[in-house]
Design a protein around this ligand. Structure first.
Ligand SMILES: *Cc1c(COP(=O)(O)O)cnc(C)c1O
Length: 333
């Protein structure tokens, strides 16, 4: 892996810390560590920063003056893309999908949406279930019509270029663990648009460090999620010059903790948020890292990780909490 061959604009505060979670470890009966990608920087941090280093690099190399992307209304990816654009003098055009159907004031105006607007992104909203690939093209065309040069970033920044950021994270994590004499049995992370999970799997394969990665799904059923991750991991390994490197059985997703759907939170998520906050002072988010922690807690209590050293990759998202004040406040115990 030689990432200096790819266009990259440095945005992230790296390496992110790898820290123990002593009280959660004791509570759950495993040796639990946390990789703090909530601390990557860029509008508060999160997993999109690493992807955006390569995506912004490619956009600038292509001569673009406008980033175009899409996401759910409370998308962290959109917030971080808007910040990346602002930090390098580019415009940013966004399409927000009303994926959860929520019209709550805090959901449509606070949290990530407030920050999108603060960064000066141009926002338009479409109904849930809209053809987002078509909507991206409509917006790209509108940018061209006004004389701009758009660079289209897919939802979540999840293509092979974006996933390079998580191939690099895999390398960074293994170097850190080696320096600490920490033997990692498993990595657990949220998996959504697949770039994080796929990048990790590809990076670990390319450097020959076969640590199992368990993705906890936040939207799609297991078959579809694993197929998406596998395809993108293969594309990422190919971009890194090692096609055919990914074994299908290296891609594992558990999608039993989605609950009622993407962005819909339940008591299990709120319990995960409060447990992490109260035992180890960690802020998770309601849509991704909170759902992943809900899954990790349930699996650990069922004995799935007995005796293991597990690294939970914290993908960020705390800004989205403020879009869910109504739901969370009412359920705090
Ligand atoms: C986007 C996101 C994820 C999911 O990452 P993907 O690469 O889309 O699978 C996880 N956590 C947070 C906080 C996110 O914003």
């Amino acid at each position: 892996m030689h990432l200096a061959r790819f266009a990259r604009i440095r945005l992230a505060h790296l390496p992110t810390p790898l820290e123990p979670l002593p009280r959660l470890s004791e509570e759950l009966g495993l040796d639990l560590w946390i990789k703090r990608d909530d601390c990557t920087g860029l509008a508060g941090g999160g997993n999109k920063t690493r992807k955006l280093e390569f995506l912004l690099g490619a956009a600038v190399e292509a001569g673009a003056d406008t980033l175009v992307t899409q996401g759910a209304v409370q998308s962290n990816h959109v917030r971080q893309t808007a910040a990346a654009a602002a930090s390098h003098g580019l415009a940013c055009d966004i399409i927000l999908e009303e994926r959860t159907g929520s019209k709550a004031t805090d959901y449509v105006g606070n949290g990530n949406v407030l920050l999108d607007r603060l960064f000066g992104a141009r926002l338009r909203t479409v109904p849930g279930g809209a053809d987002m690939a078509a909507e991206l093209e409509i917006t790209a065309e509108a940018v061209r019509t006004r004389g701009g040069v758009p660079y289209v970033i897919p939802g979540g920044g999840s293509n092979a270029i974006g996933a390079l950021g998580y191939a690099d994270c895999a390398r960074e994590l293994v170097v850190q663990a080696d320096d600490m004499d920490l033997a990692i049995d498993r990595i657990v992370t949220a998996t959504g648009s697949a770039g994080t999970h796929a990048g990790l799997v590809a990076g670990l394969a390319v450097i020959g460090a076969y640590i199992p990665v368990l993705g906890i799904g936040v939207r799609a059923p297991k078959d579809r999620q694993e197929a998406n991750v596998f395809k993108l991991a293969e594309e990422t390994a190919a971009l890194l010059g090692q096609p055919g490197r990914i074994a299908r059985d290296r891609v594992v997703a558990d999608c039993d903790y989605v609950g009622e759907g993407y962005g819909l939170i339940d008591q299990g998520v709120i319990d995960a948020l409060t447990l992490a906050a109260r035992l180890d002072g960690i802020v998770l988010d309601p849509v991704y890292s909170g759902k992943a922690m809900k899954g990790l807690i349930a699996l650990a209590r069922g004995g799935a990780f007995k005796g293991e050293t597990v690294v939970f990759l914290h993908t960020g998202g705390a800004q989205g909490l403020f879009g869910y004040q109504t739901e969370i406040e009412g359920a705090l115990r």
